[in-house]
Design a binder for this molecule. Structure first.
Ligand code: HGY
Ligand code: MN
Ligand code: MN
Length: 416
């Protein structure tokens, strides 16, 4: 046996885990492993600054575009890069892996390649995209949508968040309204590593998911105006009560999804009553509805059922009901060639991948509009995500990052 056999190319797991820990300390939620870094807040800025410093420490070309997307690219060779990436903004009750893993694993892949000295035909690049969550500024995947030209920069900058600030104002405030143009130059290919955020891989006892598609997403904000009144003196027959309508919408969405059956899902994530006081019949209410399905026709059925229910509520209750779309993306199929490459790479690592759709939205679904794209999933313990208790075992983090490494190196060497 040749004792100078070259060790197989592999990531440096402790370095990846250290960076995940360091980033998670920014906006950390006390007493948990999770973090809260809503897009374009001071905590998001601090997270951005830390990741950009790591990108620069590796000697990468770092560009910040006009909507705050950050891309770090190897200085050579020239040409369209094989890109990876995800997001480092989180929901308010976020975990430390959602998005962050994909960005930091991409950085780890590039550092591993740079230190190994292997020659590639194409450069590698890693990005983090602005406001992937869409929790503060809808829609979700906002930065990558602008990156691929799916939304104009001007429209994106004018989007008003749940706290009244606009995307443009907040980008200026945190110093991330960059000079890079939008839409950006098209990558050669894009592969994103992400936790599954659901129970499938754990249930099926698989370590790697070869993601075939992303389901369709429909976000609607419903605003209900009634009449604020005294909780004690106002007879039930004289009430114009938006809270009753808001509650009816939440129950309807829940029952609709059950009636339609898997994979239809429906969520009322926000219910705001105004003035939100114990002894006041609310004057108004705002409710958000998140509907998703892997099938576009079924998703439209769900949307029509919701619209019909709102019409019924208008006639049953003496209130004014208006609605607006916050996000609407059709299901996206990933490039079969990329899906197959992810699968073959996993098998080379001795892992049998599970082909599966994504229940969550991801930046890769936007990059799929401009280049061959795909995703790699690793398990979420108990299927928990968008929750500080989100967890993935280090062995799975390592396996996912190594599949990402070899998938990207294959793509970067194609045609060598
Ligand atoms: O909403 C989503 O699916 C993602 O977390 N942005
Ligand atoms: Mn995510
Ligand atoms: Mn998320």
């Amino acid at each position: 046996m040749n004792d100078t056999a070259i060790a197989p190319l592999a990531i440096h797991t402790p370095r990846l885990l250290d960076r995940i820990d360091a980033l998670a300390r920014i906006g950390s939620i006390p007493g948990t492993a999770g973090c809260s870094r809503l897009a374009l807040t001071d905590d998001d800025k601090a997270g951005r600054d830390l990741v950009v410093s790591w990108m620069r420490d590796l000697g990468l070309d770092v560009t910040i575009d006009a909507v705050g997307n950050v891309t770090a690219t190897m200085k050579d060779p020239a040409g369209p890069p094989v890109m990876t990436g995800s997001h480092i903004d989180t929901v308010a009750t976020g975990g430390r892996y959602d998005g962050n893993l994909g960005v930091l694993a991409g950085l780890e892949v590039i550092e591993t390649v740079l230190t190994s000295g292997i020659a590639l035909r194409r450069p590698l690049a890693v990005s983090f995209f602005t406001d992937e969550e869409g929790s503060r500024f809808p829609p979700d995947m906002l930065g990558s949508l602008v990156y691929v030209g799916g939304l104009s920069l001007e429209e994106a900058l004018e989007i008003e968040g749940i706290d009244g600030a606009t995307v443009g104002e907040e980008l200026e405030r945190i110093g991330y309204r960059g000079p890079g143009s939008c839409p950006a130059a098209e990558p050669y290919a894009f592969v994103e590593l992400h936790i599954e955020q659901g129970p499938v891989l754990e249930t099926e006892q698989r370590q790697i998911g070869a993601v075939t598609s992303v389901q369709g997403i429909s976000w609607t904000e419903v605003h209900i105006v009634g009449q604020s009144n005294h909780a004690g003196t106002t007879p039930m027959t004289l009430r114009k009560d938006p809270a009753v309508v808001a509650g009816s919408i939440a129950v309807f969405v829940h029952e609709l999804a059950h009636r339609m059956g898997h994979p239809q899902v429906g969520t009322v994530g926000k219910v705001n009553l105004h003035p939100d006081l114990v002894n006041v019949v609310p004057g108004s209410a705002t409710v958000t509805v998140d509907l998703r399905n892997t099938d576009e026709a079924r998703l439209q059925e769900a949307e029509s059922a919701l619209a019909a229910h709102l019409d019924q509520l208008r006639s049953d209750h003496d209130v004014e009901i208006t609605s607006r779309s916050l996000a609407r993306f059709e299901p996206v199929e990933f490039d079969p060639r990329i899906v197959e490459l992810v699968s073959a790479t996993a098998r080379d690592q001795g892992i049998e991948p599970l082909p599966m759709p994504s229940g969550a939205g991801h930046d890769a679904q936007m990059l799929a509009r401009v280049c061959p794209s795909g995703m790699i999933f690793i398990p979420s313990v108990d299927g928990i995500s968008h929750n500080p208790a989100e967890h993935t075992d280090p062995a799975d983090l390592e396996a996912g990052a190594n599949v990402l490494l070899h998938t990207m190196v294959s793509l970067a060497g194609e045609g060598l």
